[in-house]
Design a protein around this ligand. Structure first.
Ligand SMILES: Nc1ncnc2c1ncn2[C@@H]1O[C@H](COP(=O)(O)OP(=O)(O)OP(=O)(O)O)[C@@H](O)[C@H]1O
Length: 499
């Protein structure tokens, strides 16, 4: 028996195949889109939810990955026998098929999303925290877009799997491509030719969607975008003083009282009390591992404490005595503490301008035009206005850190916390960041800075506090800094660090 080419070619214009192809496309797109959306919910519940929700999502994933799709299809299609009220929906093979596919795919796709979610650096969550962006906004604007980009190649692969899985829906009589083919060859017995045509229709669909997926992947990949510099008229920005003139006020902005923190058996912060007054610049110095970063991070609750209390502007803020507790206003007020991280923690999927406006826009701190203007003003202050339309990967380390400073300033903070802002920078980029911080000090910004840059610390500080093994061991006052540091321990440490 010879291969019937003429018959095969005639199937190219067989309208039932085209109708069935549209059904397959519609069913696959619907399944993929709904499963991608619901899968995110399950993945977030599995990674971040309370214990019971994590368990529930784990059981869902385990169960529906174990049940064969064919069994699920037949079960759902026949469910109206038990629950007749479901008949209007489930007696339609398209909807029964779509529901079975979605229920099964959510289990698989949520695991793909989980891979994307756990690949996102912890620093992204921390940056959202210090900008006061709460869970929903954080996931919607920061985490999910990045996780989606990471998961996209596997998700597009899953789409192709779904296209092929739709052929199983023929068991509940949905007229998809395979069923149309089966009906044909049971009439004409041209099995091979008909199955070749069936395959060609599937290949066509998969090819078109592979192109579309590649286009989406490329579109989401910001590293492919060209860097564009923004033309800036030099006189355009007026720089208001950030926190008023540099006057020593008596009001205490941050007040730490006997703060303690241990990791396991190791006491990392040991009964530290520290007051920072408005307009004051305090540097924390000390050997590596002495607890400087941990102490700084307790102030905005990036790190919890085991004991002691922290007040912000005279109000109870964090309590570590007994059960660790944040004040009721903490979530609203945390935006008044600007934070600059060692590793910048810029949002890589957003432009420089979008990075700086994200927090103020989330908190509706003004109209879009006002926020854009204020962001440009802050970018100009740190010398980055010309780079407003670039993405973080298009910047040097020093430039990234200056954008991070502008992002913190855009929230109009009352105090800025710097966690070793130059440690991740090449030596030639350190000075540009230090100059920016010195500019803020000159404007009267209240700052607490963890640094290993001793000359900078001596130049900029009103006070230097030295930690060792988690304890506050020495202090250099404003007088000391003006007239020469008398404390031998600080002097020795600063001299050693400069060599
Ligand atoms: N999440 C954590 N879990 C366990 N141990 C931690 C954690 N964070 C910090 N530590 C430990 O706490 C100690 C103090 O760390 P911290 O980063 O506060 O020191 P540091 O003075 O800032 O050091 P460096 O100057 O090197 O950054 C170190 O021994 C560190 O290993």
């Amino acid at each position: 028996m010879s291969f019937d080419w003429k018959y095969l070619l005639s199937l190219a214009s067989y309208s039932e195949f085209w109708t069935a192809s549209l059904t397959v496309v519609w069913l696959s797109v619907l399944t993929w889109c709904v499963s991608v959306a619901l899968g995110f919910g399950v993945a977030i519940a599995r990674t971040e939810g309370p214990g019971w929700l994590r368990q529930l999502s784990a059981v869902y994933i385990w169960f529906f990955r174990s049940v064969p799709l064919l069994v699920l299809l037949i079960f759902i299609y026949n469910l109206p026998q038990m629950l007749p009220e479901l008949r209007p929906v489930l007696s339609n093979p398209f909807w029964a098929g779509a529901i079975a596919l979605i229920v099964s795919e959510v289990a698989y796709i949520s695991e793909i999303h989980r891979g994307g979610l756990i690949s996102i650096d912890r620093g992204q969550h921390e940056a959202a925290h210090v900008l006061g962006i709460r869970s929903f906004g954080k996931y919607f604007k920061i985490i999910v877009p990045q996780a989606f980009r990471v998961a996209m190649p596997t998700l597009s692969n899953e789409f192709i799997t779904i296209v092929k899985l739709t052929s199983l829906v023929s068991v509940i009589s949905l007229s998809e491509i395979l069923l149309v083919g089966q009906r044909l060859y049971t009439r004409n017995f041209l099995v091979i030719e008909t199955l070749v045509a069936v395959s060609v229709y599937y290949v066509l669909i998969v090819t078109i969607f592979t192109w579309i997926a590649r286009w989406i992947e490329n579109h989401l990949d910001v590293t492919r975008r060209r860097a564009t510099e923004t033309e800036i008229a030099k006189t355009r920005f007026e720089h208001p003083v950030v926190t008023g003139e540099r006057i020593r006020k008596s009001d205490i902005v941050v007040d730490l009282n006997r703060v303690r923190k241990s990791f396991g058996d190791k006491r990392v912060v040991n009964d530290i009390s520290l007051q920072i007054r408005s307009g004051e610049v305090v540097c924390l110095i000390g050997p590596s591992g002495s607890g400087k970063t941990t102490l700084l991070r307790t102030i905005n609750a990036l790190q919890d404490i085991d004991g002691g209390t922290i007040c912000f502007h005279g109000e109870d803020w964090i309590c570590g005595d007994g059960k660790y507790q944040l004040s009721q206003t903490f979530r609203d007020d945390v935006i008044h503490l600007g934070m600059v991280f060692q590793s910048f923690n810029l949002f890589p999927h957003l432009t420089v301008l979008e990075n700086v406006t994200l927090g103020p826009r989330y908190h509706t701190m003004g109209s879009a035009d006002e926020l854009r203007a204020f962001a440009m003003l802050n970018l100009d202050k740190v010398g980055m206005a010309a780079h407003a339309q670039k993405y973080p990967h298009q910047l040097s380390g020093g430039q990234k850190q200056r954008v991070a400073i502008a992002r913190a300033l855009a929230m109009k903070p009352l105090v800025m916390l710097f966690d070793e802002p130059t440690s991740a920078l090449d030596p030639e980029m350190v000075s540009e960041v230090l100059q920016t911080i010195e500019g803020l000090a000159a404007e009267g910004m209240t700052m607490l800075i963890v640094t290993h840059e001793m000359r900078f610390a001596a130049r900029i500080s009103d006070r230097i506090i030295m930690l060792e093994n988690g304890s506050r061991v020495a202090e250099a006052s404003a007088d000391d800094l003006r007239n020469g540091i008398t404390d031998a321990r600080i002097r020795r440490f600063m001299e050693q660090s400069q060599h």
